[in-house]
Design a protein around this ligand. Structure first.
Ligand SMILES: Cc1ncc(COP(=O)(O)O)c(C=O)c1O
Length: 399
């Protein structure tokens, strides 16, 4: 067999631990809280079908061609951002293939391999892929489970010489932690970004998924110094398969972002951009989000009720998010959720061990639960099975 000398970058990219673990989760009887999926039954199949029909009948071959970013969609997004207090124009909107591509583009915009970036010690695996995976030097900062990222640690990281080239934060309904950054901390982080001239990449696929509490302005909406680069996504608010997201960036960097994006995959699908625009233009988003978020709220409440019943007596703590898709569990010290996974899978329940999100290791006694994509009556079954697994682990350890 031929021997290939593959690049350091390809070698550096970590195979997702979860992909390996999920091999064991193929049994259809498994109740899974492992994914990061919006409720499948809430995906607006009929409405999107209708939008697709209309787009194809009206736009014909244009909808299937190469083409520039679909201007009406850019304008819709600019208007949406303005309504949330972000001062921007359509020129500053860059349509991307999902938030993940936004992360990939901004990582390339700011950092060459070997340069340093700040990320949270526990973060979405896609953030790790565009930093550690690109051979950047990462400085990690811890995140408080009530108020979000540790601002003092952030300042220590920003002060380093050489200065980090960017910081990536997930301010709303963090994946995997479920926490949102408090208003006070948002302002403090913006002051640090300005003081130390470190751009903040605000990765925000989840803010439209608020189901309780009061909306908090995005970091971009509070930003007066222009240090925040915002990333949004239609994946969680509408449909992951659309593969559409956006970056809000200063006009003067527009050409660079356009070229970086072209170097990755040329452009987003004309068809999907038009279908999504049709959906938005026909004002389907609000009723869709109302429905999605009420299902998410109900499922989160069921989940918390069951955690209280079965896991509190076992010494487990959790975050109680006001939106998004995830709850983060902290188990008693000494219980290794990666090791416990096989035991729990044998009971036909799946979760993600928190260690899979830990950039520099640790966090073995943590778990991420996705509450949105399991039927209401299956959530108690899943939590019951998880509780049995934890009780057995504790017993084995004589706890
Ligand atoms: C925090 C965060 N950022 C980015 C993404 C990528 O989303 P998209 O499907 O828009 O590429 C995800 C997906 O789970 C996420 O949780």
């Amino acid at each position: 067999m031929a021997h290939f000398n593959i690049s350091k970058t390809a070698r550096q990219l970590q195979r997702s631990v979860m992909r390996d673990l999920m091999k064991y989760a193929v049994d259809p009887d498994i109740v899974s809280m492992a994914g990061g999926l919006p409720a499948s039954e809430c995906l607006p199949v009929e409405v999107l079908q209708d939008c697709a029909d209309r787009v194809l009948s009206r736009d014909r071959s244009e909808a299937l061609q190469y083409g520039p970013p679909f201007q009406p969609l850019k304008e819709w997004i600019a208007n949406y951002m303005q309504k949330q207090g972000v001062d921007c124009t359509a020129k500053q909107i860059h349509i991307t293939s999902g938030a993940q591509q936004g992360l990939a583009i901004l990582s390339r915009l700011f950092c060459d391999p070997g340069e340093s970036a700040v990320i949270e010690a526990v973060t979405f695996t896609g953030v790790q892929q565009v930093t550690v995976g690109r051979r950047l030097l990462v400085e990690t900062v811890p995140t408080d489970l009530q108020t979000g990222v540790d601002v003092e640690a952030l300042e220590r990281a920003f002060k380093r010489d050489p200065r980090p080239k960017m910081a990536i934060l997930i301010p709303n309904f963090h994946n995997p932690l479920g926490v949102s950054i408090s208003m006070e901390k948002r302002r403090a982080i913006l002051a640090l970004a300005e003081k130390y001239a470190v751009p903040i990449v605000e990765d925000d696929p989840y803010s439209p998924l608020r189901f309780s509490g009061r909306a908090v302005p995005s970091m971009k909406a509070l930003d007066r110094s222009g240090m925040v680069f915002y990333i949004g996504s239609f994946s969680k608010m509408l449909a992951p398969a659309a593969r559409l997201g956006w970056i809000v960036a200063p006009g003067e960097l527009g050409d660079r972002i356009t070229v970086l994006r072209e170097s990755l995959d040329l452009e987003s699908s004309q068809l999907w951009q038009r279908i999504v625009f049709e959906f938005l233009d026909q004002e389907h988003l609000e009723p869709h989000l109302d429905r999605l978020n009420s299902v998410n709220r109900r499922r989160k409440e069921i989940c918390i009720r069951e955690l209280q019943k079965h896991l509190a007596p076992l010494g487990v703590h959790w975050t109680d998010p006001q939106g998004g898709l995830f709850i983060w569990l902290t188990l008693p010290e000494g219980i290794d959720s990666m090791r416990m996974f096989r035991r729990v899978i044998a009971k036909k329940m799946a979760y993600i061990p928190g260690g899979a999100f830990a950039v520099k290791g640790g966090y073995q006694n943590t778990i991420r639960l996705n509450f949105s994509n399991l039927a209401d009556d299956q959530i108690p079954v899943a939590i019951q099975r998880l509780a049995e697994g934890i009780a057995e682990e504790r017993q084995e350890k004589g706890q």
